[in-house]
Write a protein that binds this ligand. Sequence first.
Ligand code: HEC
Length: 469
Amino acid sequence: MKSAHLLAVALVAPLSAQDFSKMKTDQVFQQLCSGCHGQDLSGGQGGSLIDGEWKHGSSDEELMKSIKEGNEQLGMTPFKTVLDDRQIRSLVIFIREKEKQAKERGIEFPKPELGKVTKTQHEDYKIEMVVEKGLRTPWAIAFLPDGRKLVTEKQGRLRIIGADGKLVEEPVKGIPTIIDHGQGGLMEVAVHPDYEKNGWIYLGFADGTRDGGVKTITAYVRGRIKDGQWTDQEWIWKADQKFYSGVGVHFGTRLIFDKGYIYFPVGERGGWHEAQDVENAKGKIYRLHDDGRVPEDNPKFEGKTPVPGLWSYGHRNPQGLDIDPRDGSIYSTEHGPRGGDELNLIQPGHNYGWPVITYGMNYDGTPISGKTHEEGMDQPVIYWQPSIAACGLSFYRGDKFPKWKNDLFAGALAQQEIRRLRIVDKKVTEQEVILKNIGRVRDVTEAPDGYIYVLLNDPDRVIRLIPAE
Ligand code: HEC
């Protein structure tokens, strides 16, 4: 017993002399934990942290407690005097990532091939190539009633796929100036539900200038296309100049229509706490009339003048947005920090917490916040740990896949997958990976023809899912 005590003292002294707050989580793990739990977390003197078995409870809170309080009798060091809550939280995310990777090594995900039937829980499908060559970084797709399709390319071109299925060589001429910078460029295209009467097409893109250094932020316009030319342009939403910035991240772009209104996000542009300020344009979801007017019954904030159109705030980088056709609820997927991608139910005036609360840590492995809950801030419906890099979100309203009716499809860039979520009473009751590893999924959306269209990057392609029968 005496020697064990001596060992503990010897261990603690050098620990407290080191500054772990400047260290990335994988380094912290290597320094403090790998000696007992193994470099690959598969166990040693301490048990495996990736076999899915937890002696002291499997929830995030219980893991945090194990790390904080330790168990000196059984040889697990308590770390509460060495690491703060944020660092311990980050270790939990790190362990979760490794746990999931280990689990997936044994699982086969549906990796579809052209012409081959892919079986899933409720529906079997085949994939069909829509555009194999000629597109560069396709970002979003929208459908015209005459069978043509519009596709944005990030670099700043709006392309048309003809009703005959052929990609038109010439991009649409005369669209607004796009700043292709970092994660921003030409992002969203959306067709007004009354297009046949009014011809309106909406674009979401990085607006700004390059003179004297890049200054840019997400903006939205609408216009019409006549003979391959963009015309009749009107500005729908544009931030005050003071919110334009040279940062290359988190543009957060989508646009949806509902009962004469439009909803769309503007990402926080790396501005973190700016998302919490209702007078700041960044990190918000907006609601406007479809012509850009601000509705009178948008949320009010006492003593504050919210940015025009503000509907909800505390967002990081929302890249998926859609409306549940059954009850009109609005859902958004938010590309979060590492381990903190979220599905949110968007409600007027609500605060979604970024960056005060989050389930994630920085991508380089440094911690963000030890806090996941806070009074007055909404919890996500679900969060993804490890991150999937959520992108593109669409309810299925069609009838080609009857057993998927009203399910929600979420694309994932980094994990290269499409997830099907079943939502019952605003809760996720099923989650299934229906497609994996055929490219980064930039957008997934149902189309008027009842098929599900998928935009892939690397390789840059448009495919669609059709029933196996
Ligand atoms: C000196 C050896 C040692 C070190 C260093 C150590 N652990 Fe442990 N750890 C153990 C042992 C032994 C157990 C099993 C204790 C038990 O059976 O209750 C354990 C248990 C755990 C558990 C609970 C497992 C369960 O099944 O519930 C977690 C989580 C954990 N350790 C994480 C960590 C992390 C993270 C670090 C680094 C910050 C770390 N450990 C450092 C030895 C160690």
